[in-house]
Ligand binder design. Sequence first.
Ligand SMILES: [Zn+2]
Length: 316
Amino acid sequence: MCGHAQADLIADRDDIRAEVEALWEFHESRLKPRTPPERLLDRVAFSQHPPIAVVRCRECGLVYRNPVERSHELTEIYARTTPPADVLRSLHDTQLPAVRSQARELRRVLGRGGSGLEVGSYVGAFLAAARDEGLQVEGLDINAEINAFTRTLGFHVHDGTLSAFDDARRFDTVSIWNTFDQLADPRAAVVRAAALLTDGGVLALRVPNGEFYARARRLLSHPVAPVRHAARAVLALNNLLTFPYRAGFGVSSLSRLLRDAGLEIAHVRGDVLVPTGDEWTRPWARREERVVKRLLRVLAASPRSAPWIEVYARRA
Ligand SMILES: [Zn+2]
């Protein structure tokens, strides 16, 4: 995945099975009875199934699943998962407040309004936030049914993948907020994204922090129960438990990747996952999530201690 040969085991098959059980246990007590199954999507049931094992590269620190699944399986899994329109609308509304900071940051790093392409535009929350910041961003997503929903919100959305995206235009911004961790070849994606940028254009990526996962998951077997529970909550509320990703970049592995593609890092920001609680979450659990994420936000001021990382890089 990163081109380096040596890697250490982070979690084996039994560890991952234990994480799957911990995740169900965690959400079972926090969700109201009779929660519709589709509301479990992106919370306990991810479009990506749990890995067989997770390893960490000795040279760049990249955390990735090994063995690596074939890419067409993932595309099929994602493309056939379409929740009903009311759920998509609710996801759009839930995600919108949180992605506003990403749109503001992108606008700030670019230094002006401009055009953009978002890879993995999903339900269009970022497209809406970007428009409010003076950025005209088009979407690109492989799920045609979700794209049909996003177009009903008034956005220009292309069906397909970044590697197959055939457009002679150049964009002032390219952002990959939701799907970078699911791509079969992140290196090729960064090169392709850089080629779509105007000179001085900005690429923005958001990734789960693999280094954070590797460190925090060790606390799942800590002898002190409250430490174990805190680690479980932090990982579960940031969608890191069971590692439903192909790869988890850290600051160092991501910096290498971007530099190799001729991009200059302008800004790195640590972050936490958008709120996952909704009307099916018990009120105490929603309060708990707010408290946990407020604390994590303080720690996330240092990107290395953040469950999620955003990187903004400029094409030289
Ligand atoms: Zn590596």
